[in-house]
Design a binder for this molecule. Structure first.
Ligand SMILES: *[C@@H]1O[C@H](CO)[C@@H](O)[C@H](O)[C@H]1NC(C)=O
Ligand SMILES: *[C@@H]1O[C@H](CO)[C@@H](O)[C@H](O)[C@H]1NC(C)=O
Ligand SMILES: *[C@@H]1O[C@H](CO)[C@@H](O)[C@H](O)[C@H]1NC(C)=O
Ligand SMILES: *[C@@H]1O[C@H](CO)[C@@H](O)[C@H](O)[C@H]1NC(C)=O
Ligand SMILES: CC(=O)N[C@H]1CO[C@H](CO)[C@@H](O)[C@@H]1O
Length: 482
Protein backbone atom coordinates (compact mmCIF):
# COMPACT_ATOMS: atom_id res chain seq x y z
CA UNK A 1 0.00 0.00 0.00
CA UNK A 2 0.98 3.60 -0.45
CA UNK A 3 1.57 4.26 3.22
CA UNK A 4 3.87 1.30 3.43
CA UNK A 5 5.67 2.48 0.31
CA UNK A 6 6.80 5.61 2.03
CA UNK A 7 8.12 3.55 4.89
CA UNK A 8 5.57 3.82 7.67
CA UNK A 9 5.60 0.92 10.14
CA UNK A 10 2.53 -1.01 11.17
CA UNK A 11 1.90 0.98 14.36
CA UNK A 12 2.08 4.28 12.53
CA UNK A 13 -0.24 2.87 9.95
CA UNK A 14 -2.91 2.09 12.56
CA UNK A 15 -2.34 5.47 14.13
CA UNK A 16 -3.07 7.02 10.75
CA UNK A 17 -6.17 4.96 10.42
CA UNK A 18 -7.31 6.16 13.83
CA UNK A 19 -6.72 9.78 12.97
CA UNK A 20 -8.57 9.36 9.72
CA UNK A 21 -11.59 7.74 11.33
CA UNK A 22 -11.68 10.50 13.96
CA UNK A 23 -11.64 13.10 11.21
CA UNK A 24 -14.42 11.34 9.39
CA UNK A 25 -16.50 11.26 12.57
CA UNK A 26 -15.99 14.97 13.17
CA UNK A 27 -16.94 15.71 9.58
CA UNK A 28 -20.01 13.51 9.74
CA UNK A 29 -21.06 15.19 12.98
CA UNK A 30 -20.64 18.65 11.48
CA UNK A 31 -22.61 17.64 8.40
CA UNK A 32 -25.38 16.24 10.62
CA UNK A 33 -25.50 19.50 12.61
CA UNK A 34 -25.69 21.70 9.55
CA UNK A 35 -28.34 19.30 8.25
CA UNK A 36 -30.61 20.03 11.20
CA UNK A 37 -29.43 23.64 11.39
CA UNK A 38 -32.04 26.37 11.31
CA UNK A 39 -33.41 25.15 8.01
CA UNK A 40 -37.20 25.27 8.27
CA UNK A 41 -37.52 22.46 5.75
CA UNK A 42 -35.80 19.99 8.10
CA UNK A 43 -37.93 17.51 9.96
CA UNK A 44 -37.39 14.39 12.00
CA UNK A 45 -39.05 11.23 10.89
CA UNK A 46 -39.54 9.33 14.06
CA UNK A 47 -40.57 5.70 13.84
CA UNK A 48 -38.90 4.58 17.02
CA UNK A 49 -42.13 3.24 18.50
CA UNK A 50 -42.73 1.21 15.33
CA UNK A 51 -39.26 -0.25 15.68
CA UNK A 52 -40.12 -1.37 19.19
CA UNK A 53 -43.25 -3.13 17.90
CA UNK A 54 -41.13 -4.83 15.24
CA UNK A 55 -38.69 -6.07 17.84
CA UNK A 56 -41.56 -7.31 19.98
CA UNK A 57 -42.95 -9.22 16.95
CA UNK A 58 -39.54 -10.67 16.36
CA UNK A 59 -39.52 -12.16 19.84
CA UNK A 60 -43.15 -13.27 19.66
CA UNK A 61 -42.83 -15.08 16.32
CA UNK A 62 -39.25 -16.14 16.83
CA UNK A 63 -38.33 -15.14 13.23
CA UNK A 64 -34.72 -15.86 12.38
CA UNK A 65 -34.04 -16.85 15.95
CA UNK A 66 -30.51 -18.10 16.58
CA UNK A 67 -30.84 -18.86 20.28
CA UNK A 68 -33.06 -21.12 22.34
CA UNK A 69 -33.56 -20.51 26.06
CA UNK A 70 -34.93 -23.45 28.01
CA UNK A 71 -36.19 -22.07 31.31
CA UNK A 72 -36.50 -24.84 33.84
CA UNK A 73 -38.46 -24.26 37.05
CA UNK A 74 -36.44 -25.50 40.01
CA UNK A 75 -38.02 -28.48 41.80
CA UNK A 76 -40.47 -29.07 38.98
CA UNK A 77 -40.33 -30.60 35.51
CA UNK A 78 -41.83 -27.51 33.93
CA UNK A 79 -39.75 -26.17 31.04
CA UNK A 80 -40.53 -23.06 29.04
CA UNK A 81 -38.86 -22.59 25.65
CA UNK A 82 -38.12 -19.13 24.33
CA UNK A 83 -36.72 -18.51 20.84
CA UNK A 84 -34.54 -15.44 21.00
CA UNK A 85 -31.71 -13.57 19.29
CA UNK A 86 -28.18 -13.64 20.59
CA UNK A 87 -27.46 -10.07 19.48
CA UNK A 88 -30.37 -8.58 21.41
CA UNK A 89 -29.75 -10.58 24.58
CA UNK A 90 -26.01 -9.85 24.54
CA UNK A 91 -26.66 -6.16 23.95
CA UNK A 92 -28.34 -5.80 27.35
CA UNK A 93 -26.66 -8.46 29.45
CA UNK A 94 -23.04 -9.57 29.63
CA UNK A 95 -24.22 -12.70 31.39
CA UNK A 96 -26.22 -13.73 28.30
CA UNK A 97 -23.28 -12.71 26.13
CA UNK A 98 -21.05 -15.14 28.02
CA UNK A 99 -23.64 -17.93 28.03
CA UNK A 100 -24.23 -17.68 24.29
CA UNK A 101 -20.58 -17.46 23.32
CA UNK A 102 -20.20 -21.09 22.24
CA UNK A 103 -23.71 -22.49 22.36
CA UNK A 104 -27.09 -21.67 20.91
CA UNK A 105 -29.27 -23.67 23.30
CA UNK A 106 -29.02 -22.65 26.93
CA UNK A 107 -30.82 -24.26 29.86
CA UNK A 108 -31.51 -21.91 32.76
CA UNK A 109 -32.64 -22.94 36.23
CA UNK A 110 -34.98 -20.46 37.88
CA UNK A 111 -37.13 -20.55 41.02
CA UNK A 112 -40.86 -20.61 40.32
CA UNK A 113 -41.51 -16.90 40.93
CA UNK A 114 -38.72 -15.93 38.50
CA UNK A 115 -39.65 -18.56 35.90
CA UNK A 116 -43.18 -17.14 35.72
CA UNK A 117 -41.76 -13.71 34.86
CA UNK A 118 -39.08 -14.88 32.45
CA UNK A 119 -40.86 -14.08 29.18
CA UNK A 120 -41.76 -10.66 30.49
CA UNK A 121 -38.13 -10.14 31.45
CA UNK A 122 -36.85 -11.15 28.00
CA UNK A 123 -39.45 -8.90 26.40
CA UNK A 124 -37.94 -6.02 28.39
CA UNK A 125 -34.56 -6.80 26.84
CA UNK A 126 -36.12 -6.42 23.38
CA UNK A 127 -38.17 -3.28 23.88
CA UNK A 128 -36.97 -1.64 27.09
CA UNK A 129 -40.38 -1.54 28.70
CA UNK A 130 -42.00 -3.58 31.45
CA UNK A 131 -44.97 -3.32 33.81
CA UNK A 132 -44.16 -3.82 37.48
CA UNK A 133 -46.51 -5.17 40.17
CA UNK A 134 -45.97 -5.05 43.90
CA UNK A 135 -45.93 -8.82 44.36
CA UNK A 136 -43.49 -9.41 41.49
CA UNK A 137 -40.77 -6.91 42.33
CA UNK A 138 -38.48 -9.19 44.30
CA UNK A 139 -38.47 -11.85 41.56
CA UNK A 140 -37.95 -9.22 38.88
CA UNK A 141 -35.11 -7.62 40.82
CA UNK A 142 -33.53 -11.03 41.27
CA UNK A 143 -33.64 -11.68 37.51
CA UNK A 144 -32.21 -8.25 36.71
CA UNK A 145 -29.39 -8.83 39.19
CA UNK A 146 -28.63 -12.38 38.05
CA UNK A 147 -28.33 -11.39 34.38
CA UNK A 148 -26.65 -8.03 35.10
CA UNK A 149 -29.33 -5.82 33.59
CA UNK A 150 -28.28 -2.77 35.60
CA UNK A 151 -30.91 -0.33 34.33
CA UNK A 152 -33.77 -2.70 35.18
CA UNK A 153 -32.23 -3.49 38.55
CA UNK A 154 -32.10 0.21 39.39
CA UNK A 155 -35.61 0.78 38.05
CA UNK A 156 -37.05 -1.96 40.27
CA UNK A 157 -35.03 -0.75 43.26
CA UNK A 158 -36.41 2.77 42.79
CA UNK A 159 -39.92 1.37 42.46
CA UNK A 160 -39.47 -0.44 45.79
CA UNK A 161 -38.27 2.72 47.53
CA UNK A 162 -41.32 4.66 46.38
CA UNK A 163 -43.80 1.88 47.15
CA UNK A 164 -42.90 1.09 50.75
CA UNK A 165 -46.20 2.53 51.94
CA UNK A 166 -48.32 0.75 49.31
CA UNK A 167 -51.16 -1.40 50.51
CA UNK A 168 -50.48 -5.13 50.53
CA UNK A 169 -52.27 -7.94 52.28
CA UNK A 170 -49.43 -9.02 54.56
CA UNK A 171 -47.09 -6.06 54.40
CA UNK A 172 -43.94 -6.29 52.32
CA UNK A 173 -41.35 -3.95 53.81
CA UNK A 174 -39.88 -6.51 56.21
CA UNK A 175 -39.39 -9.04 53.42
CA UNK A 176 -37.96 -6.36 51.13
CA UNK A 177 -35.48 -5.43 53.86
CA UNK A 178 -34.37 -9.05 54.22
CA UNK A 179 -34.03 -9.30 50.44
CA UNK A 180 -32.01 -6.04 50.26
CA UNK A 181 -29.73 -7.43 52.96
CA UNK A 182 -29.10 -10.61 50.94
CA UNK A 183 -28.45 -8.57 47.79
CA UNK A 184 -26.25 -6.09 49.63
CA UNK A 185 -28.36 -3.19 48.36
CA UNK A 186 -27.54 -0.69 51.11
CA UNK A 187 -29.69 2.13 49.89
CA UNK A 188 -32.80 -0.08 49.72
CA UNK A 189 -31.96 -1.46 53.17
CA UNK A 190 -31.78 2.06 54.56
CA UNK A 191 -35.10 3.06 52.95
CA UNK A 192 -36.83 0.00 54.41
CA UNK A 193 -35.31 0.55 57.86
CA UNK A 194 -36.39 4.18 57.89
CA UNK A 195 -39.91 3.25 56.85
CA UNK A 196 -40.16 0.60 59.57
CA UNK A 197 -38.68 2.95 62.19
CA UNK A 198 -40.96 5.85 61.39
CA UNK A 199 -44.04 3.70 61.16
CA UNK A 200 -43.38 1.23 63.89
CA UNK A 201 -46.78 1.32 65.60
CA UNK A 202 -48.43 0.05 62.42
CA UNK A 203 -45.78 -2.60 61.81
CA UNK A 204 -46.04 -3.85 65.40
CA UNK A 205 -49.75 -4.49 65.01
CA UNK A 206 -49.41 -6.19 61.61
CA UNK A 207 -48.74 -9.83 60.75
CA UNK A 208 -45.34 -8.71 59.43
CA UNK A 209 -43.97 -8.17 62.94
CA UNK A 210 -43.32 -11.87 63.64
CA UNK A 211 -41.39 -12.16 60.34
CA UNK A 212 -38.78 -9.65 61.53
CA UNK A 213 -35.38 -11.40 61.64
CA UNK A 214 -33.05 -11.32 64.64
CA UNK A 215 -30.69 -8.89 62.92
CA UNK A 216 -33.45 -6.55 61.87
CA UNK A 217 -34.88 -6.54 65.40
CA UNK A 218 -31.50 -5.68 66.86
CA UNK A 219 -30.98 -2.86 64.30
CA UNK A 220 -34.42 -1.43 64.92
CA UNK A 221 -34.11 -1.38 68.70
CA UNK A 222 -30.86 0.57 68.50
CA UNK A 223 -32.58 3.50 66.81
CA UNK A 224 -33.73 6.60 68.66
CA UNK A 225 -35.96 7.71 65.77
CA UNK A 226 -38.58 4.95 66.21
CA UNK A 227 -42.06 6.51 66.05
CA UNK A 228 -44.49 4.74 68.38
CA UNK A 229 -46.88 5.39 71.25
CA UNK A 230 -44.54 4.65 74.13
CA UNK A 231 -41.62 2.49 75.24
CA UNK A 232 -44.17 0.24 76.98
CA UNK A 233 -45.79 -0.46 73.61
CA UNK A 234 -42.35 -1.45 72.29
CA UNK A 235 -41.70 -3.73 75.25
CA UNK A 236 -44.99 -5.58 74.73
CA UNK A 237 -44.29 -5.93 71.00
CA UNK A 238 -40.78 -7.28 71.63
CA UNK A 239 -42.17 -9.69 74.21
CA UNK A 240 -44.68 -10.95 71.62
CA UNK A 241 -41.91 -11.33 69.02
CA UNK A 242 -39.75 -13.32 71.46
CA UNK A 243 -42.59 -15.69 72.39
CA UNK A 244 -43.50 -16.33 68.73
CA UNK A 245 -39.97 -16.66 67.32
CA UNK A 246 -38.08 -18.21 70.19
CA UNK A 247 -34.71 -16.81 69.12
CA UNK A 248 -31.38 -17.85 70.67
CA UNK A 249 -30.72 -16.74 74.23
CA UNK A 250 -28.00 -14.17 73.33
CA UNK A 251 -30.47 -12.48 70.97
CA UNK A 252 -33.21 -12.45 73.62
CA UNK A 253 -30.80 -10.89 76.09
CA UNK A 254 -29.57 -8.31 73.60
CA UNK A 255 -33.10 -7.36 72.61
CA UNK A 256 -34.35 -7.11 76.19
CA UNK A 257 -31.34 -4.97 77.10
CA UNK A 258 -32.20 -2.57 74.24
CA UNK A 259 -35.49 -1.57 75.84
CA UNK A 260 -35.12 1.89 77.39
CA UNK A 261 -36.58 1.06 80.80
CA UNK A 262 -36.17 4.58 82.30
CA UNK A 263 -38.72 5.80 79.71
CA UNK A 264 -41.38 3.53 81.26
CA UNK A 265 -43.16 4.82 84.38
CA UNK A 266 -42.34 3.01 87.66
CA UNK A 267 -45.89 1.71 88.02
CA UNK A 268 -45.69 0.11 84.56
CA UNK A 269 -42.20 -1.19 85.26
CA UNK A 270 -43.49 -2.85 88.38
CA UNK A 271 -46.42 -4.29 86.45
CA UNK A 272 -44.31 -5.86 83.68
CA UNK A 273 -41.90 -7.21 86.25
CA UNK A 274 -44.80 -9.05 87.88
CA UNK A 275 -46.66 -10.11 84.74
CA UNK A 276 -44.25 -10.66 81.87
CA UNK A 277 -43.29 -14.31 81.50
CA UNK A 278 -40.39 -13.41 79.20
CA UNK A 279 -39.02 -10.98 81.76
CA UNK A 280 -39.48 -13.60 84.48
CA UNK A 281 -37.40 -16.10 82.46
CA UNK A 282 -34.62 -13.63 81.67
CA UNK A 283 -34.79 -11.52 84.78
CA UNK A 284 -31.10 -12.00 85.57
CA UNK A 285 -30.08 -10.46 82.23
CA UNK A 286 -31.89 -7.19 82.78
CA UNK A 287 -32.01 -6.89 86.56
CA UNK A 288 -29.32 -4.18 86.64
CA UNK A 289 -31.20 -2.09 84.06
CA UNK A 290 -34.50 -2.36 85.93
CA UNK A 291 -32.84 -1.41 89.18
CA UNK A 292 -31.20 1.59 87.52
CA UNK A 293 -34.55 2.64 86.01
CA UNK A 294 -36.19 2.65 89.45
CA UNK A 295 -33.29 4.72 90.77
CA UNK A 296 -33.72 7.13 87.85
CA UNK A 297 -37.36 7.62 88.80
CA UNK A 298 -36.63 8.32 92.43
CA UNK A 299 -34.16 11.19 92.12
CA UNK A 300 -33.99 14.54 90.39
CA UNK A 301 -32.19 14.24 87.04
CA UNK A 302 -29.49 16.50 88.39
CA UNK A 303 -28.92 14.30 91.42
CA UNK A 304 -29.10 11.13 89.38
CA UNK A 305 -26.55 12.39 86.83
CA UNK A 306 -24.02 12.85 89.62
CA UNK A 307 -23.92 9.11 90.20
CA UNK A 308 -24.70 7.57 86.83
CA UNK A 309 -23.53 8.07 83.27
CA UNK A 310 -26.62 9.42 81.54
CA UNK A 311 -24.81 9.90 78.24
CA UNK A 312 -26.04 6.62 76.77
CA UNK A 313 -29.00 5.55 74.65
CA UNK A 314 -30.86 4.14 77.69
CA UNK A 315 -31.79 7.71 78.70
CA UNK A 316 -32.55 9.06 75.21
CA UNK A 317 -36.29 9.17 74.45
CA UNK A 318 -37.50 7.82 71.10
CA UNK A 319 -40.28 9.59 69.16
CA UNK A 320 -43.20 8.83 71.47
CA UNK A 321 -46.66 9.88 70.29
CA UNK A 322 -48.40 9.67 73.67
CA UNK A 323 -49.65 13.01 74.98
CA UNK A 324 -47.15 13.59 77.80
CA UNK A 325 -44.39 13.89 75.19
CA UNK A 326 -45.95 16.35 72.77
CA UNK A 327 -48.91 17.18 70.64
CA UNK A 328 -50.44 16.52 67.28
CA UNK A 329 -51.16 19.63 65.21
CA UNK A 330 -53.41 19.48 62.17
CA UNK A 331 -53.30 22.76 60.25
CA UNK A 332 -56.21 23.17 57.87
CA UNK A 333 -55.50 25.16 54.70
CA UNK A 334 -51.90 25.89 55.80
CA UNK A 335 -51.19 28.30 52.92
CA UNK A 336 -53.77 30.78 54.26
CA UNK A 337 -52.07 32.53 57.19
CA UNK A 338 -49.93 32.15 60.31
CA UNK A 339 -51.19 29.81 63.06
CA UNK A 340 -50.17 29.11 66.60
CA UNK A 341 -50.59 26.27 69.07
CA UNK A 342 -50.04 25.96 72.80
CA UNK A 343 -49.47 22.61 74.46
CA UNK A 344 -48.04 21.11 77.63
CA UNK A 345 -45.49 18.39 78.15
CA UNK A 346 -43.93 16.75 81.17
CA UNK A 347 -40.69 18.23 82.41
CA UNK A 348 -39.08 14.84 81.98
CA UNK A 349 -39.76 11.10 82.04
CA UNK A 350 -38.48 10.77 85.60
CA UNK A 351 -41.22 10.03 88.09
CA UNK A 352 -39.52 12.59 90.32
CA UNK A 353 -40.75 15.33 87.95
CA UNK A 354 -44.15 13.82 87.35
CA UNK A 355 -46.14 16.84 88.55
CA UNK A 356 -44.06 19.42 86.68
CA UNK A 357 -45.29 20.58 83.30
CA UNK A 358 -43.90 22.90 80.65
CA UNK A 359 -46.01 24.96 78.28
CA UNK A 360 -44.82 25.31 74.68
CA UNK A 361 -45.87 27.70 71.94
CA UNK A 362 -45.58 26.75 68.31
CA UNK A 363 -45.87 29.25 65.49
CA UNK A 364 -46.34 28.23 61.88
CA UNK A 365 -45.97 30.66 58.97
CA UNK A 366 -46.65 29.46 55.44
CA UNK A 367 -44.60 32.20 53.72
CA UNK A 368 -42.06 33.66 56.03
CA UNK A 369 -39.43 36.12 54.82
CA UNK A 370 -36.42 37.36 56.75
CA UNK A 371 -36.84 41.05 57.71
CA UNK A 372 -34.25 42.18 55.16
CA UNK A 373 -36.33 40.79 52.29
CA UNK A 374 -39.72 42.03 53.42
CA UNK A 375 -41.32 44.76 51.32
CA UNK A 376 -41.38 48.01 53.30
CA UNK A 377 -44.83 49.60 53.60
CA UNK A 378 -43.52 53.02 52.59
CA UNK A 379 -42.14 51.63 49.34
CA UNK A 380 -44.48 52.17 46.46
CA UNK A 381 -44.37 48.57 45.35
CA UNK A 382 -47.12 47.47 43.09
CA UNK A 383 -49.49 44.89 44.49
CA UNK A 384 -48.27 42.27 42.05
CA UNK A 385 -44.62 42.73 42.98
CA UNK A 386 -45.54 42.56 46.64
CA UNK A 387 -47.41 39.32 46.29
CA UNK A 388 -44.51 37.96 44.25
CA UNK A 389 -42.31 38.73 47.19
CA UNK A 390 -44.71 36.90 49.48
CA UNK A 391 -44.66 33.87 47.20
CA UNK A 392 -40.90 33.73 47.70
CA UNK A 393 -41.35 33.19 51.45
CA UNK A 394 -40.65 29.76 52.94
CA UNK A 395 -42.71 27.75 55.44
CA UNK A 396 -41.43 28.33 58.95
CA UNK A 397 -42.03 26.58 62.26
CA UNK A 398 -40.80 27.90 65.58
CA UNK A 399 -41.31 26.10 68.90
CA UNK A 400 -40.53 28.00 72.09
CA UNK A 401 -41.15 27.33 75.74
CA UNK A 402 -43.60 29.73 77.38
CA UNK A 403 -41.22 30.18 80.30
CA UNK A 404 -38.47 32.49 79.15
CA UNK A 405 -34.96 31.23 79.72
CA UNK A 406 -36.00 27.63 80.29
CA UNK A 407 -32.90 26.40 82.01
CA UNK A 408 -32.84 23.27 84.11
CA UNK A 409 -29.41 22.17 85.11
CA UNK A 410 -28.43 19.03 83.27
CA UNK A 411 -31.42 18.93 80.89
CA UNK A 412 -31.90 20.32 77.40
CA UNK A 413 -35.00 19.91 75.32
CA UNK A 414 -34.73 18.53 71.84
CA UNK A 415 -37.72 19.26 69.65
CA UNK A 416 -38.71 16.84 66.94
CA UNK A 417 -41.39 17.50 64.34
CA UNK A 418 -42.99 14.66 62.40
CA UNK A 419 -44.75 15.43 59.13
CA UNK A 420 -47.36 12.93 58.04
CA UNK A 421 -48.57 12.34 54.51
CA UNK A 422 -51.40 10.26 53.20
CA UNK A 423 -50.86 7.10 51.30
CA UNK A 424 -53.43 4.69 50.01
CA UNK A 425 -56.59 3.91 51.96
CA UNK A 426 -56.34 7.00 54.17
CA UNK A 427 -53.44 5.68 56.18
CA UNK A 428 -51.04 8.30 57.43
CA UNK A 429 -47.35 7.71 56.91
CA UNK A 430 -44.52 9.71 58.44
CA UNK A 431 -42.72 11.42 55.57
CA UNK A 432 -40.26 13.66 57.38
CA UNK A 433 -38.69 13.84 60.79
CA UNK A 434 -37.08 17.18 61.70
CA UNK A 435 -34.81 17.31 64.72
CA UNK A 436 -34.24 20.78 66.05
CA UNK A 437 -30.87 21.46 67.55
CA UNK A 438 -31.17 22.41 71.20
CA UNK A 439 -29.56 25.82 70.66
CA UNK A 440 -32.38 27.06 68.45
CA UNK A 441 -36.17 27.24 68.40
CA UNK A 442 -36.54 27.22 64.65
CA UNK A 443 -37.03 24.11 62.56
CA UNK A 444 -34.32 24.45 59.94
CA UNK A 445 -35.29 23.94 56.27
CA UNK A 446 -38.84 23.15 57.33
CA UNK A 447 -40.90 21.80 54.39
CA UNK A 448 -38.60 23.59 51.97
CA UNK A 449 -39.99 21.82 48.91
CA UNK A 450 -43.50 21.14 50.07
CA UNK A 451 -45.53 23.32 47.68
CA UNK A 452 -48.12 24.11 50.35
CA UNK A 453 -49.77 26.64 48.01
CA UNK A 454 -50.95 23.81 45.80
CA UNK A 455 -53.99 21.82 46.84
CA UNK A 456 -52.38 18.81 45.19
CA UNK A 457 -49.25 19.02 47.36
CA UNK A 458 -48.32 15.56 48.55
CA UNK A 459 -47.88 17.03 52.03
CA UNK A 460 -51.56 17.84 52.40
CA UNK A 461 -54.20 15.39 53.59
CA UNK A 462 -57.67 16.78 52.80
CA UNK A 463 -56.01 20.18 52.47
CA UNK A 464 -54.49 19.90 55.96
CA UNK A 465 -50.92 19.65 57.11
CA UNK A 466 -50.44 16.88 59.69
CA UNK A 467 -47.71 17.65 62.20
CA UNK A 468 -46.75 16.03 65.48
CA UNK A 469 -44.41 17.95 67.76
CA UNK A 470 -42.43 15.93 70.30
CA UNK A 471 -40.36 17.41 73.11
CA UNK A 472 -37.50 15.19 74.28
CA UNK A 473 -35.66 16.04 77.49
CA UNK A 474 -32.02 15.04 77.05
CA UNK A 475 -29.99 14.55 80.21
CA UNK A 476 -26.36 15.55 80.35
CA UNK A 477 -23.55 14.00 82.21
CA UNK A 478 -22.29 16.10 85.07
CA UNK A 479 -19.06 15.86 86.93
CA UNK A 480 -19.37 12.56 88.74
CA UNK A 481 -19.51 12.44 92.54
CA UNK A 482 -17.01 9.95 93.89
C1 LIG B 1 -39.62 9.70 18.86
O1 LIG B 1 -40.88 9.30 19.39
C2 LIG B 1 -40.84 8.73 20.69
C3 LIG B 1 -42.25 8.35 21.11
O2 LIG B 1 -42.96 7.83 20.06
C4 LIG B 1 -40.22 9.70 21.67
O3 LIG B 1 -40.12 9.11 22.97
C5 LIG B 1 -38.85 10.13 21.19
O4 LIG B 1 -38.33 11.11 22.08
C6 LIG B 1 -38.95 10.69 19.78
N1 LIG B 1 -37.59 11.00 19.31
C7 LIG B 1 -37.24 12.20 18.84
C8 LIG B 1 -35.85 12.37 18.39
O5 LIG B 1 -38.07 13.12 18.77
C1 LIG C 1 -42.31 -13.53 11.23
O1 LIG C 1 -42.88 -14.75 10.83
C2 LIG C 1 -44.29 -14.70 10.68
C3 LIG C 1 -44.79 -16.09 10.40
O2 LIG C 1 -43.77 -16.97 10.11
C4 LIG C 1 -44.63 -13.73 9.57
O3 LIG C 1 -46.02 -13.66 9.41
C5 LIG C 1 -44.08 -12.36 9.93
O4 LIG C 1 -44.30 -11.43 8.89
C6 LIG C 1 -42.62 -12.43 10.22
N1 LIG C 1 -42.17 -11.15 10.74
C7 LIG C 1 -41.08 -10.54 10.35
C8 LIG C 1 -40.77 -9.23 11.02
O5 LIG C 1 -40.36 -11.00 9.50
C1 LIG D 1 -18.75 -23.09 26.55
O1 LIG D 1 -17.55 -22.62 27.13
C2 LIG D 1 -17.49 -22.73 28.54
C3 LIG D 1 -16.20 -22.13 29.01
O2 LIG D 1 -15.64 -21.31 28.08
C4 LIG D 1 -17.62 -24.15 28.97
O3 LIG D 1 -17.63 -24.26 30.38
C5 LIG D 1 -18.88 -24.75 28.40
O4 LIG D 1 -18.93 -26.12 28.69
C6 LIG D 1 -18.93 -24.53 26.88
N1 LIG D 1 -20.20 -25.00 26.40
C7 LIG D 1 -20.35 -25.76 25.39
C8 LIG D 1 -21.74 -26.16 25.04
O5 LIG D 1 -19.39 -26.14 24.73
C1 LIG E 1 -21.39 11.21 75.06
O1 LIG E 1 -20.98 10.05 74.36
C2 LIG E 1 -20.57 10.29 73.04
C3 LIG E 1 -20.19 8.96 72.40
O2 LIG E 1 -20.80 7.91 73.01
C4 LIG E 1 -19.37 11.23 73.04
O3 LIG E 1 -19.00 11.51 71.70
C5 LIG E 1 -19.72 12.51 73.76
O4 LIG E 1 -18.60 13.35 73.83
C6 LIG E 1 -20.26 12.23 75.13
N1 LIG E 1 -20.72 13.48 75.73
C7 LIG E 1 -20.48 13.81 77.00
C8 LIG E 1 -21.00 15.12 77.46
O5 LIG E 1 -19.85 13.06 77.75
C1 LIG F 1 -48.77 2.70 55.38
C2 LIG F 1 -48.63 2.68 56.85
O1 LIG F 1 -48.26 1.69 57.42
N1 LIG F 1 -48.92 3.80 57.48
C3 LIG F 1 -48.86 3.96 58.90
C4 LIG F 1 -47.65 4.76 59.28
O2 LIG F 1 -47.70 5.16 60.62
C5 LIG F 1 -48.83 5.88 61.01
C6 LIG F 1 -48.63 6.32 62.42
O3 LIG F 1 -47.35 6.82 62.61
C7 LIG F 1 -50.06 5.00 60.85
O4 LIG F 1 -51.21 5.68 61.20
C8 LIG F 1 -50.14 4.56 59.40
O5 LIG F 1 -51.17 3.65 59.23
Amino acid sequence: MELQDIGLGKTRQTRWANVLSCLLLVLADAAHKSDLGTDASTTIINHSSMLIYRLQDLLQNGNSSDTTLRVQTINSDEVKVIHAHQLLLALQSDVFEGLLLNQSVVTLQEPADCAVLFEKFIRYLYCGEISVHLNQVVALHRLASKYHVAALQKGVSDYMKTHLASESTQGHVVSWYHYALRMDDESLQESCLKFLAWNLSTVISSSEWVTVSDDLMVSLLQRSDLVLQSELELFSAVEGWISKNNPDVPIIEKVLRSIRYPMISPSHLFQIQKQSTVLASYYASVQDLLFQAFQFHSASPLHFAKYFDVNCSMFVPRNYLSSSWGSQWIINNPARDDRSLSFQTQLGPSNYDTTKKITWNALFSPRWLPVSLRPAYSESVSGAAQSNRLEEGKPRLVVTSAVSGLDFAGVTFQKTVLVGVRRQHSKVFVKHVYNVHQSTDEVYDFLLHADLQKRTSEYLIDNSLHLHIIIKPIYHSLVKAK
